[in-house]
Design a protein. Structure first.
Length: 343
């Protein structure tokens, strides 16, 4: 309900008792006058190479109550990135009515957040958004490889240009790993760099370690290639024995073998169980060294045989040893006998 002095309306913020401004006027218990004030917020985008809406914000409300919070998106121009942290400063906010902050900054965008309360008198505030951008250089794509325990990387330019002069530095958190650095020059757009930095040892079971090589070249954003090593459960050595087998059994034989001395044999006999087992090893199921409930280990062995010409000999190959949680396993002699086909 408007209030008039004579025929002149008394507007918000202009009703006084003596020299004291009246905020709320009542007739008995009924509110007939509320003092409201406007807040105006102007925006200054001071970042060259980035853009933000500078549309003025204006709202009117009761002093001390909150105005509607809002945001402004800050976006860099194409081909550019922020070169530092974006910030915001206030001018004209003597009453401390506005709260402004920057959040969610990436290399190409950020958000200005604004909230606050209505002032006791009409107020105009300016928010200055500050920062800088630089040209977004093409990337160096770097991926880790390995060469005899040393760190190596494959490097290529994102735009297909020549790498030119480059430097590299390598480090490792693995036990026994070493750090190193170097430089070079390449007229190609891709290159393999072999460093003398050692990756190091595998860590204990359940632990991890990492290594990386960073490459920099003039006119490009630097890149890194990295890898990691994870400690494996311990290797367990099974107890492998031979299963029952009729060792006088004659196996069918390829008469064309051995090629250096074809003798027309159609059968060959396994004289004894496989022996001299080598390469035994089964991976435990956990770091405590528990045996798997079932496992198959491919191991080396020696066979003794007699050809149909009565010539004897030995040969080596792989057999399967299968077992369970006790750590004891049985060799499959049938698979061993199958080697004799081409002996």
């Amino acid at each position: 309900m408007p209030i008039y002095k004579g025929s002149t309306e008394i507007t918000s913020g202009n009703l006084y008792k003596g020299s004291t401004k009246i905020e709320n006027g009542y007739k008995q218990a009924s509110l007939f006058y509320v003092n409201t004030n406007s807040i105006i917020i102007n925006f200054a985008d001071n970042i060259s190479g980035a853009s933000m809406s500078t549309t003025q914000f204006s709202q009117t409300g009761t002093p001390g109550s909150s105005f509607t919070s809002f945001t402004r998106a800050i976006t860099v121009s194409g081909g550019r990135v922020f070169s530092g942290t974006v910030s915001v400063s206030e001018v004209g906010d003597s009453g401390g009515n506005v709260s402004a902050s920057i959040s969610g900054q990436t290399s190409t965008s950020a958000t200005l957040n604004v909230s606050g309360t209505f002032p006791t008198t009409g107020t105009t505030i300016t928010l200055n958004v500050n920062g800088s951008t630089i040209a977004d250089l093409p990337n160096l794509n770097v991926s880790a490889t390995s060469s005899s325990g040393n760190q190596s990387v494959s490097v290529s330019t994102a735009n297909g240009g020549a790498i030119g002069n480059y430097t590299w530095s390598a480090s490792s958190s693995c036990s026994g790993g070493t750090s190193s650095s170097g430089s070079g020059n390449s007229s190609s757009s891709s290159k393999n760099i072999y460093t003398n930095a050692q990756i190091g040892n595998y860590p204990a079971c359940g632990s991890n370690c990492s290594y990386s090589t960073t490459v920099s070249a003039s006119g490009y954003d630097s890149g890194s290639g990295s890898g990691s090593r994870t400690g494996s459960p311990p290797t367990l050595i099974p107890s492998c024995t031979n299963g029952s087998f009729n060792y006088g059994y004659n196996f069918s034989h390829n008469p064309g073998s051995p090629s250096s001395n074809p003798d027309g044999c159609s059968t060959i006999q396994l004289n004894a169980p496989p022996y001299s087992f080598t390469g035994l090893g089964v991976t435990a199921t956990n770091c405590a060294g528990s045996w798997p409930s079932s496992w198959t280990d491919t191991i080396g062995a020696t066979l003794s045989y007699t050809r149909c010409t009565s010539a004897t000999g030995t040969t080596t190959g792989n057999v399967s040893c299968t077992g369970g949680s006790s750590g004891s396993g049985t060799v499959s002699v049938v698979t061993a006998g199958s080697w004799l086909y081409n002996t």
